[in-house]
Design a protein around this ligand. Structure first.
Ligand SMILES: Nc1ncnc2c1ncn2[C@@H]1O[C@H](COP(=O)(O)OP(=O)(O)OP(=O)(O)O)[C@@H](O)[C@H]1O
Ligand SMILES: [Mg+2]
Length: 438
């Protein structure tokens, strides 16, 4: 179902600037859409149309199947939340708490519900210490978080964010994207604009490239980025992972579709043609020695005994030196560690409060040599409360799988629906896994 659809949308500002010229855009329910385009290409203007802040000069905008009118605009603004590019346009109350409470108050919610919702998002966005501060005195990145929290708290069906992570540090940006993923997992449609092609490629289901007020191209990231000329013509740069892939492919090492993330890239490397590997000598070795390759501390180590892949040493090497092993038989993936997914109840299921901490300590003790990560709000809150530091901060599912591929055993604490998402990804990559429900 379309949540937002524009047909031939035109926008001319009073000074005559043609900001949008015949834009056809649509967002289906549950999609993650990124809009990319150079400065002045019309992203902000387009987003203003989504919740009726401006009127089309020509063309049409339909929201949930209807045109925007005076009668439905209030309802539309409840269902479509817009986070402005400039947070200062959005933050108005004297304290952060009151600012975030402003929307829910307008929805006519009861005192208690307002307080609970505000506390929940303060927590989710890790801005509890800012609750009593004046929004005007916050740093740029802090303001952005508060502005996003102020929209999320309204629980709109569609969340539109104009450059949501500009001004945020890397950790803040990663956290924000995880929250957006979690919201999307709950069925929300997410539309955002960004200047970061790396992020757009790995995050979005679909991209729109805007240029001079027109849709230059739209489609799945894989299709858009596969076209080198298109990306150049759109004034964008290629994500680093794709540049690397192209160089590998040109040298006959990689094959297949353009990778959107590190895991796809690893799969593009043709393991069958690489029967020679670099490894660290686990003991003194001589050319021609038959060795066994194993993962140790995340590195490939060649030793005389073991259960891993077998091959023969190309040149002499002392213990600890880099050597080469040829005629490697078997698949590196068989050296992967396993992943334990620990499902933490999501917020609607009672969150971390409903978890028996004794059971968590037991699991942590049993998996104490594992690398650990937490995904989703209640999982992060739970580990935070227990004072556990995690090994992965960014892109936890992918980082966990990568660690497993380097031979580590991994524990991933994941909230509610996020656990299923991790499970799917792990299965896709054929990593051994088990699930524990908390
Ligand atoms: N209020 C306005 N009055 C006149 N022209 C405007 C107004 N707002 C935007 N414009 C013009 O409309 C065009 C599109 O601007 P818009 O802000 O939508 O671009 P954008 O893609 O969001 O850019 P950025 O990446 O810099 O945020 C630009 O040429 C801009 O100068
Ligand atoms: Mg803009």
């Amino acid at each position: 179902m379309n949540t937002i659809k524009t047909i031939g949308l035109e926008h001319i500002y009073p000074d005559g600037t043609h900001a949008l010229s015949g834009v056809d855009f649509e967002a289906n329910q549950g999609e993650k859409i990124a809009v990319l385009g150079p400065n002045g290409s019309g992203k902000t203007t387009l987003f203003y149309h989504f919740n009726g802040l401006v009127k089309p000069t020509a063309g049409e905008i339909r929201v949930f199947g209807e045109n925007i009118t005076r009668n439905n605009i209030d309802d539309i603004r409840k269902r479509i939340g817009l986070v402005f590019q400039e947070s200062d346009n959005q933050l108005i109350a004297p304290t952060v708490f009151e600012d975030i409470a402003f929307g829910p108050k307008n929805l006519g919610l009861g005192q208690e519900e307002i307080r609970d919702r505000v506390r929940d998002v303060l927590h989710r966005f890790n801005i509890e210490p800012l609750a009593q501060k004046n929004p005007a005195n916050l740093s740029t990145g802090q303001k952005k978080r508060v502005a996003i929290a102020g929209v999320v708290v309204m629980e709109p069906e569609v969340i539109v964010l104009d450059e949501p992570t500009s001004g945020m540090d890397a950790r803040g940006a990663a956290d924000t994207f995880e929250i957006l993923d979690e919201l999307n997992n709950d069925g929300k449609t997410i539309i955002l604009s960004t200047h970061d092609p790396n992020l757009a490629a790995s995050w979005a289901d679909r991209l729109y490239l805007l240029n001079k007020g027109k849709v230059f191209r739209s489609g799945a990231p894989k299709h858009i980025f596969a076209d080198e000329k298109l990306v150049a013509d759109a004034g964008m740069i290629h994500p680093v992972i794709m540049q690397t892939f192209r160089e590998f492919r040109a040298r006959g090492i990689s094959k297949g579709e353009i990778p959107l993330n590190v895991l796809d890239f690893l799969e593009s490397v043709d393991a069958k043609i690489i029967n020679i590997r670099c490894a660290i000598a686990g003991c003194d070795l001589s050319a021609g020695d038959e060795v066994c390759l194993e993962m140790k501390e995340g590195m490939l180590v060649a030793g005389r005994d073991g259960e891993g892949l077998r091959g023969s040493v190309v040149f002499d090497g002392r213990k600890g030196e880099d050597i080469a092993v040829r005629d490697v038989r078997g698949d590196l993936w068989q050296l992967a560690g396993s992943i334990t997914i620990i499902r933490v109840p999501g917020i609607i299921e009672g969150g971390s409060r409903s978890v028996e901490t004794g059971k968590v300590w037991e699991i942590l003790e049993k998996n104490k040599n594992c690398k650990t990560g937490a995904m989703g709000t209640s999982a992060k809150v739970l580990l935070g409360k227990l004072g556990i530091r995690t090994d992965f901060e960014f892109d936890v599912a992918q980082s966990g799988i990568l660690a497993a591929l380097r031979g580590f055993n991994v524990s991933i604490f994941a909230s509610g629906g996020m656990a299923e998402r991790v499970m799917e990804k792990v299965k896709e990559r054929k990593i051994r896994y088990s699930v524990i429900e908390l």
